[in-house]
Design a protein around this ligand. Structure first.
Ligand SMILES: Cc1cc2nc3c(=O)[nH]c(=O)nc-3n(C[C@H](O)[C@H](O)[C@H](O)COP(=O)(O)OP(=O)(O)OC[C@H]3O[C@@H](n4cnc5c(N)ncnc54)[C@H](O)[C@@H]3O)c2cc1C
Length: 415
């Protein structure tokens, strides 16, 4: 390939949560002599029309705080102060709470915050720019191994859609669920579609939500009401895919009627605000998280059901684990793109990913159905969790990403 304008240590394809966070932690961990570039056609675009929001669990918030990013979004972040789970049918007039969680993992530390994605992406992009991460507003289009005699450099040759090219020692695929790099590297995914889609929209309401999150397990799937700053909430509403498509295409009055039947009127009158989006849901895990001089992170490596709001957190665990192995190698003067380094990352992350993926899959199957027997069983289970304080505390810490082999960065420690 010709026209290459520089050699860099790491090129990250994808400037979503996973890609930008990885760039920042690598740069902060290894300093300016280690060059990191992020390429994404949406960089600098501002995402002003994207109203989606995410639950940022405590482990992720600790990481963003340690990076100096959280401080920029703290004002926009709504702590989840308590959480109610119900198991009900659409027509039920009353929804008894089977499970309630006080929202703290430690005194004064909420187990999660709701933040609109565009604020967090803007804060990450700003931090990346400040600390000298190279940012290129273009897509990665192709890559190949450098051919002899350049091969002595142990690099890939990566071409951008904008026409130029770079040669990194390591290429990170952080390019989301439909990862082009994963596909070009010949890595298959295994998993399945749920034939379910999530309708995502925001609503405003007359009364304060008081920081309460609600998850109603309806027969078609979970209907989650997640508090945003002000008298607003983010809705993640799961339906069978054809029904989801029908619902988002309704006119405003009919959509409002469907929404109100699920939201109910405990917060007063509601108004749907902003766009309605549909996300098809599936469970997919890449057969390998690495290839020659390539590593996959975030949704490029795995996509899970949003039932437990853990997708982004899993991506951040990849980031933290990959950073730890790259930093260890680079500090010893080793090439971070070699098979030994990448295999350590894969061993660390694939097992945890499968465990979380299977757990969220089981949760979805248990709740998204109309079986009376399963309903009785799950209500018994939820009732038990609700009454056993130790178990409940474990559940909260697990949901907050603080259980298991948590990488140093997600414990708020530096490398
Ligand atoms: C309905 C729904 C609700 C969710 N709610 C939550 C939640 O509450 N909490 C949570 O933790 N998770 C949640 N998730 C999951 C979470 O949104 C994802 O796991 C997370 O956004 C993945 O981040 P990522 O950086 O890996 O990928 P993405 O956010 O998909 O970013 C990929 C980036 O790569 C770029 N790109 C694509 N192709 C190329 C290319 N060839 N070259 C360069 N760049 C490229 C794209 O422009 C994009 O910016 C939810 C998911 C859904 C569907």
């Amino acid at each position: 390939m010709t026209g290459r304008d520089d050699q860099i240590d790491v090129l990250i394809a994808g400037g979503g949560f996973a890609g930008l966070t990885l760039a920042i932690v690598l740069r902060q961990g290894l300093g300016p002599t280690f060059s990191v570039t992020v390429a994404d056609p949406t960089l600098g675009a501002g995402h002003a029309d994207d109203e989606r929001a995410s639950a940022i669990v405590a482990a992720a918030r600790r990481l963003f705080e340690a990076l100096g990013v959280w401080q920029s979004v703290a004002e926009e972040a709504q702590p989840i102060l308590d959480m109610v789970v119900t198991d009900s049918r659409l027509g039920d007039a009353v929804r008894p709470a089977f499970l309630t969680f006080p929202g703290e993992v430690e005194p004064g530390e909420p187990f999660a915050h709701m933040v609109e994605n565009r604020f967090l992406i803007a804060a990450l992009e700003k931090k990346a720019r400040e600390i000298g991460v190279g940012l290129r507003a273009t897509a990665v289009e192709n890559f190949s191994r450098l051919s002899f005699p350049q091969a002595h450099a142990h690099r890939l040759d990566v071409a951008f859609a904008a026409g130029n090219a770079v040669s990194p020692r390591l290429l990170i695929a952080a390019d989301g669920a439909r990862s082009l790099i994963r596909e070009r590297a010949g890595i298959a995914v295994h998993g399945w579609d749920y034939s379910q889609s999530a309708i995502v929209t925001n609503v405003s309401h007359e009364r304060d939500h008081d920081g309460r999150a609600e998850e109603h397990f309806l027969p078609a799937g979970p209907f989650a009401i997640l508090p945003l700053k002000g008298r607003r909430s983010s809705i993640v509403w799961t339906e069978a895919t054809p029904e989801a498509k029908r619902v988002v295409a309704l006119d405003d009055a009919a959509f409002h009627e469907e929404l109100e039947a699920r939201f109910k009127l405990q917060l007063g009158e509601i108004t749907a605000v902003g766009a309605r989006r549909v996300h098809p849901l599936g469970f997919f895990v890449a057969r390998a998280f690495i290839a020659e001089r390539i590593a996959l992170v975030g949704d490029a490596a795995h996509v899970i059901h949003p039932i437990a709001g853990q997708g982004l957190n899993m991506g951040l665990k990849d980031v933290a684990a990959l950073t730890e192995v790259i930093v260890d190698a680079a500090r010893l003067g080793l090439d971070p793109g070699t098979a030994n380094v990448l295999e350590r990352y894969q061993r660390w992350r694939r097992f945890d990913t499968m465990t979380m993926g299977i757990a969220t899959d089981a949760l979805n199957r248990l709740f998204s159905n109309r079986s009376a027997v399963l309903r009785a069983a799950r209500d018994l289970g939820l009732g038990m969790v609700d009454r056993v304080p130790g178990l409940k505390r474990l559940f909260i810490r697990e949901a907050a990403g603080l259980v298991g082999e948590v990488p140093k960065l997600l414990r708020g420690k530096s490398l």
